[in-house]
Ligand binder design. Structure first.
Ligand SMILES: [Fe+2]
Ligand SMILES: [Fe+2]
Length: 503
C-alpha cells in the first residue's frame, strides 16, 4: 500500500477526535484494507475516549474476520467473477453507502431514525471546534445568557417581511430553535440548505422575546490543509460516467475513439498505458421507463440486453484496467439512495475486471481515496442554491463537501432510503470526488480535493432538448495518482484530443 495511507489514517482519526497509538497504526497499516478497518474502529470506539489502542484494532480485525466468514460471498467487494477484492491489491473498498435494504417498519419511523443518524454523525465532526464556544443542546439553552453555541439540522429558512433578516429553524435531539441572522451577515455568505447540519455561535439576550442572534456559523467541511493520499509511482485513473448503453444516442464511434486511445493505438501511447483504473459514476445503461416515453429514445428495449451490450462495450477497453462502477438512476436497481450495487444476474455479462459497488462508494486506487457518486442530489441542490447551475457542477460539489453530504434535502426529487445509517455522508474525505448525472464536464479543486464531473457517452436526447439541457459528451479526466494532476481527453470529434485542465 502506498505511503499516503498513513497520513490519511492519522487525518481520519484526528477528524473524529481520536489519537491513534503507534502500535495501533502499525496494525492498521498491515491490514489489507486499513481505511475500512479504521471506520470500524471509530464506529465502535467510545465517544469520550480519545485514544485508539492496539487492543481496539485487534477487536475490530477479529469482528471483521468473523462477520466476513458469516456472509460469504462478499457481494459488494467482489466482481461478477466472484474474485475477492484482495486479488487486486491496489483496489480496496473503503465505504459503501448502501448497507443493506432498510429495515421493515413504518416509513416515518425509518426517516426519523435516518435523520437522527445523520445528525449524530455530522455533529460529531463539528464538536470541539474552537469557534463554537459554550456548546449546549437546544434544550439547555433556556435561561442562558451571553454567548453559546448549538449544533442543529436546518429545518426551515425564511426571510422576515419588513427587515429582510433571515430566521433559521434548527433541530437537535432535544428541541428546536429559531435563530436570527441579520441581513448582510457574513453567516449568509454560504446559503443554507434544508436538512444540512450546522453549528452556530449565538448571542443570547436577556429579553425572552428576542431571537438568539447568529454571530458565526460552522459547517462540517473539509480541513483547509490535509494530509493527502498519493500513489508512490506514476499510474493513472480515467474518470467516466453516464454511458447510457442501449440508448439510440449512445456515441459508439466516440466510444471506439476512447477504446483506441486506452489501447495505446492513438497519440501518447505511453500515457495511455499508464492508465490502470477506470471509474464509471453511474447510468451504465439507459434503462427503461425512467422518464415518460423513453421508448422512443432507446435502441435496445430490454434491460437485460442493455447490460449484455454494456459487457461488450466494456470488453472493448483494455483488460489491464480495473473498472470500478457504481449505478445511477437509469440503472436497474432501486432508485432510492444509497443504491445497492448491480445484482449478479445483470452483472453476469460484464468482464471480470469490473468491480461493482453501491452508489455512493468510497474506495482506494493505489493509495488514493476516491468517492464516486452518481449525482441525483444535484437535482435538488441546484434549484436550492442561488446561482448554482447545471453547467457548473463543481461549484455544487464544493457545497456538498462543505456540508459533508451528497443529498441532504428530504422529500423532493432525490428519493432517500430510510436506512439505519446515513450512507450519503461524505466520510472519510476523499482525494478525488467524482460525480456524473449532469452530462456536463467539470474539473476543479476544493482545498486538497480534486473534483470531477465526468461527462457522458450519450448525445443529446429529445427529452433533454425538451428540458433545455445541453450535454458536453465524450470527455474524460485522466488523473495522475502520484500528483493528482489532471488531463482532459476529448473524443467528441471522434479523434482523441488531450489538454491540460484548469485545475
Ligand atoms: Fe445520465
Ligand atoms: Fe443520471
Amino acid at each position: 500500500m502506498a505511503s499516503g495511507l498513513r497520513e490519511h489514517l492519522v487525518a481520519y482519526f484526528e477528524e473524529h477526535h481520536k489519537l491513534v497509538e503507534a502500535g495501533a497504526l502499525r496494525l492498521l497499516l498491515d491490514f489489507p484494507q486499513p481505511l475500512v478497518l479504521s471506520r470500524d474502529v471509530v464506529e465502535r470506539a467510545e465517544e469520550d475516549s480519545p485514544f485508539v489502542t492496539e487492543a481496539m484494532v485487534r477487536t475490530a480485525i477479529e469482528e471483521r474476520t468473523v462477520s466476513r466468514a458469516a456472509r460469504r460471498p462478499v457481494p459488494t467487494s467482489s466482481g461478477p467473477a466472484g474474485a475477492p477484492a484482495e486479488a487486486l491489491p491496489d483496489f480496496a473498498v473503503v465505504r459503501e453507502g448502501f448497507a443493506g435494504p432498510p429495515p421493515a417498519g413504518p416509513p416515518l419511523a425509518g426517516y426519523s431514525r435516518l435523520f437522527g443518524a445523520r445528525f449524530r454523525d455530522l455533529s460529531r465532526l463539528l464538536r470541539g471546534r474552537s469557534t463554537l464556544v459554550n456548546p449546549r443542546s437546544i434544550r439547555d439553552l433556556r435561561g442562558a445568557e451571553g454567548t453559546a453555541s448549538v449544533l442543529g439540522m436546518v429545518r426551515q429558512v425564511r426571510e422576515t417581511s419588513v427587515s429582510h433578516h433571515t430566521i433559521v429553524t434548527l433541530d437537535d435531539e432535544t428541541a428546536s430553535l429559531d435563530v436570527l441572522v441579520l441581513k448582510g451577515s457574513p453567516a449568509l455568505k454560504v446559503p443554507f440548505v434544508l436538512d444540512e447540519v450546522v453549528g452556530v455561535k449565538l448571542r443570547l439576550g436577556r429579553d425572552r422575546d428576542r431571537l438568539p442572534l447568529v454571530q458565526s456559523i460552522e459547517r462540517p467541511d473539509v480541513a483547509v490543509t490535509r494530509n493527502v493520499g498519493r500513489s508512490d509511482r506514476t499510474r493513472r485513473a480515467i474518470l467516466l460516467s453516464d454511458l447510457h448503453v442501449g440508448s439510440r444516442a449512445f456515441l459508439a464511434e466516440e466510444w471506439s475513439c476512447l477504446a483506441e486511445f486506452l489501447a495505446g493505438r492513438g497519440q501518447n501511447p505511453e500515457l495511455a498505458r499508464s492508465i490502470d483504473f477506470a471509474v464509471i459514476a453511474g447510468d451504465l445503461v439507459d434503462g427503461i421507463g425512467i422518464y415518460p416515453r423513453q421508448e422512443r429514445d432507446v435502441a435496445i428495449s430490454d434491460v437485460v440486453e442493455q447490460y449484455a451490450e454494456l459487457g461488450r462495450r466494456l470488453r472493448e477497453l483494455p483488460e489491464r484496467l480495473t473498472i470500478v462502477a457504481v449505478p445511477g438512476n437509469h440503472d436497474a436497481v432501486s432508485p432510492a439512495e444509497p443504491q445497492p450495487p448491480l445484482p449478479p444476474n445483470l452483472a453476469k455479462p460484464l468482464p471480470p475486471n469490473v468491480r461493482l459497488l453501491a452508489n455512493p462508494s468510497t474506495f482506494s486506487l493505489g493509495g488514493v481515496v476516491v468517492a464516486a457518486y452518481h449525482g441525483r442530489g444535484f437535482d435538488d441542490l441546484i434549484p436550492a442554491i442561488p446561482n448554482a447551475s447545471y453547467s457548473r457542477p463543481t461549484e455544487v460539489m464544493r457545497r456538498m463537501l462543505q456540508m459533508r453530504h451528497l443529498a441532504p434535502i428530504y422529500g423532493n426529487r432525490t428519493p432517500l432510503a430510510p436506512a439505519v445509517r446515513d450512507g450519503l455522508i461524505i466520510d472519510p474525505v476523499p482525494d478525488i470526488f467524482v460525480t456524473g448525472h449532469l452530462h456536463t464536464y467539470g474539473v476543479d479543486r476544493y482545498r486538497d480535493v480534486l473534483l470531477v464531473n465526468a461527462s457522458t457517452w450519450q448525445g443529446e436526447t429529445q427529452y433533454q432538448r425538451m428540458r433545455n439541457i445541453t450535454p458536453a459528451p465524450c470527455r474524460a479526466a485522466i488523473v495522475d495518482l502520484r500528483s493528482l494532476e489532471t488531463l482532459t481527453l476529448d473524443c467528441s470529434s471522434r479523434r482523441a484530443a488531450l489538454s491540460g485542465s484548469a485545475a
